[in-house]
Ligand binder design. Structure first.
Ligand code: FAD
Length: 287
């Protein structure tokens, strides 16, 4: 299909972008990589009156190392996130997750921030933003605000972003240097959207798991942290029995949907099997 007609505006700065969105009312749409937006526009699922291209705004394509966390600008492509040496060294769980995102052409254009804004329940980036305590930095007509990724993502393809606001960057936490981590997903073909995925980061302190983070995707309206499974591991030694408890808590907490690819029961079973594997891997790596 062909898109409905729209005006094209190339933003020169964040303030220009925000002013253009405000002038467009609720009809403006930002395009970053266009990997999710353009199919929706071509199918006329989205019909913006103004397409606001942010690709020429200087300074948004940087990964900044701010000590305890990294700042990923709005034009940081998946390819950059996947190949950044600081991410590979300091946030290996994200480095591993990025290997599973789509295909080369999509990774060359798609952006981390665009994926979080798109809020697809089966996308890796929203899950990573949740796992790594992401803070979403937002510019709007009344200035800047920051919200946690958990507050930002409200459901499938929905966020708290107002129509006249733009995400300028997302800050993500660097886990402790010796933290253990694990990531696993199951997709029918490499690079496809996964049926389910699990990611874990934890510290090992005097034989006990601490600061346990577990995030999942593909098994609910949107990616989420699973607090009951985290609590089942926190302050304990993840032997087989404790991991089984955490997996049971995780399976009870998720609300998978049935679709053409898999039933809800299958997804619940799958996410538990992946969780058992990645918790054990994370514990091993933290040793
Ligand atoms: P765009 O498509 O440009 O925009 C997406 C949405 O976010 C739009 O609503 C847009 O208005 C909004 N937006 C973008 N940037 C901003 C901003 N800075 N501020 C406010 N709003 C903004 N993703 C995965 O995670 N895993 C996969 O396995 C995967 N496989 C794919 C396979 C194919 C064939 C394709 C085409 C895509 C796939 N994707 C996958 C999606 C891909 O990761 C997209 O790049 C990503 O979802 C969106 O990023 P983008 O920069 O392209 O955003």
């Amino acid at each position: 299909m062909k898109p409905a007609p729209f005006d094209y505006v190339r933003a020169e700065s964040v303030s220009h972008a925000v002013a253009t969105l405000a002038a467009a009312g609720s009809d403006g749409k930002i395009i970053a990589g266009g990997q999710s937006l353009m199919p929706m526009i071509n199918f006329r699922l989205v019909k913006p009156s103004v397409l606001l291209d942010i690709n020429a705004i200087p300074g948004l394509d940087q990964i900044e190392d701010l000590g305890g966390h990294l700042r990923l600008g709005a034009l940081v492509r998946h390819r950059m996130t996947a190949s950044d040496p600081v991410i590979a060294r300091d946030i290996p769980v994200l480095h591993e997750a990025m290997k599973n995102v789509a295909h080369l052409t999509v990774r060359n254009r798609g952006t981390f921030c665009g994926s979080v804004c798109h809020a697809d329940p089966a996308a890796e980036m929203p899950m990573m933003a949740l796992l790594l305590d992401g803070i979403v930095r937002i510019a709007g007509p009344s200035g800047e605000r920051s919200v946690s990724a958990a507050e930002f993502l409200t459901g499938s393809l929905t966020t708290v972003l107002e129509p006249d606001e733009m995400v300028t960057a997302i800050d993500i936490l660097k886990p402790a240097a010796n933290a253990g981590w694990g990531f696993a997903e199951f997709a029918r073909r490499h690079g496809d959207y996964a049926l389910a995925a699990v990611s874990v980061v934890l510290d090992r302190v005097e034989g006990l798991a601490r600061n346990v983070r577990i995030a999942v995707m593909g098994v609910g309206e949107i990616a989420s942290r699973i607090a009951p499974a985290e609590a089942a591991l926190e302050g304990r030694t993840p032997d087989a029995a404790v991991i089984a408890e955490a997996v049971a808590a995780l399976r009870s907490a998720v609300e998978p949907m049935s679709d053409l690819s898999a039933s809800a029961d299958y997804r619940r079973h799958l996410v538990g099997a992946l969780a058992a594997r990645v918790i054990a891997e994370a514990w091993e790596r933290a040793a």
